[in-house]
Design a protein around this ligand. Structure first.
Ligand SMILES: [Zn+2]
Length: 357
């Protein structure tokens, strides 16, 4: 997977003309140590570890909060413009204020779990629309099995854009693309940090997606050069959409204005026998056996044969798309709430599944 990711990175760099990133490092050195496996898992175990898959599945139903995700969406829109090259100095506008806010949320979740989440930035230098320095935001949940440090990444891009890819002044609230994915990642970090998983889990919001997966590439490149093992990557971009043509378009969905509220699509690279498709099949099987019986609204999982767009976005997993404005403003209906819960429950369960792969 890493080598494939690397190839994609190189291809993107060659076609975009973007130079390679430099000075890449974690602002919190503990993150590097954990991702290299140099830590004592006992330091991060809760007083009363919960690791039983059935207990977790049942517990999730009560703990996941649509209100929490809605609060994230409403907060993200206040930053006005989250372009990769937007303001980093203001306290309430631009990508800088937005990433500080995300970090503060991760820190808040960590405090509630006795410091089990290790938070910080992956900082790197690269010229994107005239901005030189960039930061992905991370919250790392160290795994219990120190013998295998390979991590599972759950990510979404934080940056937004207007038609002009470098416009840093336009109104770019980006609630669908990709406030929805960020809300999902934050909610997952909040909930999952109370459970115990074998593998280390990295919750990450990346920057520069709109300029060519810049933030994801920085992480992937750094992982390759520093020999940081990655087991799986679950990317979430515009999650939860139901109307084809609003936030997705054919062939990713059947046709304009087609409404589909009960399907989650899994996008990934590779052919039928690839590791990516195998992981998707495992996710689907696990969902059907472990989650669907508990879900208020049973969802259909569809393994898409191709990635969402050629060479784009999701490395392994790309949730279904939805018009978040319709589902969140006005407030969620019962059906929409249940749909969100089901999607979240499914996603929360994935690292547990992967741990046994
Ligand atoms: Zn996006």
């Amino acid at each position: 997977m890493k080598s494939l990711t690397h190839l994609v990175i190189l291809a993107m760099m060659m076609t975009s003309g973007i130079t390679a990133q430099e000075n890449t490092h974690f602002t919190n050195p503990l993150i590097f140590d954990i991702l290299k496996g140099n830590y004592d898992p006992a330091d991060y175990l809760p007083a009363f570890p919960v690791d039983d898959p059935f207990a977790i599945s049942e517990d999730l139903i009560n703990r996941i909060s649509p209100d929490s995700m809605k609060a994230t969406l409403l907060a993200l829109r206040t930053f006005h413009n989250r372009n990769t090259a937007s303001d980093t100095m203001a306290v309430d506008k631009g990508i800088g204020a937005a990433r500080k806010w995300v970090l503060s949320q991760f820190d808040r979740y960590s405090i509630n779990q006795s410091g089990r989440l290790v938070t910080g930035y992956l900082q790197f230098d690269q010229d994107v629309c005239g901005m030189e320095r960039h930061k992905n935001v991370l919250a790392v949940l160290p795994g219990r099995d120190g013998s295998d440090p390979s991590c599972i990444i759950i990510e979404a891009h934080l940056d937004s854009r207007c038609a002009d890819n470098c416009d840093i002044n336009c109104l770019a609230e980006g609630m669908e693309d990709n406030g929805s994915g960020v809300a999902l990642v934050l909610e997952l970090a909040r909930i999952m940090s109370s459970y115990v998983y074998d593998h280390t889990i990295v919750f990450m919001t990346v920057t520069g997606e709109e300029q060519g997966l810049v933030g994801s590439n920085a992480f992937a490149d750094y992982a390759v050069t520093q020999n940081i093992p990655i087991k799986a990557v679950l990317n979430n971009d515009i999650v939860g959409g139901i109307i084809c043509g609003e936030t997705s378009s054919p062939p990713s969905c059947p046709g304009l204005n087609h409404i589909d509220s009960t399907q989650v699509r899994l996008f990934s690279f590779g052919g039928f026998n690839s590791a990516h498709k195998s992981l998707n099949r495992f996710i689907k099987l696990e969902y059907q056996e472990m989650i669907r019986p508990l879900a208020p609204v049973p969802m259909m999982l569809t393994i898409m044969s191709a990635e969402d767009r050629t060479g784009r976005g999701a490395i392994i997993y790309h949730s279904g798309k939805m018009d978040m404005l319709r589902s969140v403003l006005p407030p969620l209906t019962n059906t929409e709430t249940q749909m969100w819960l089901t999607r979240i429950i499914m996603t929360v369960s994935i690292p547990r599944m992967i741990s046994s792969v």
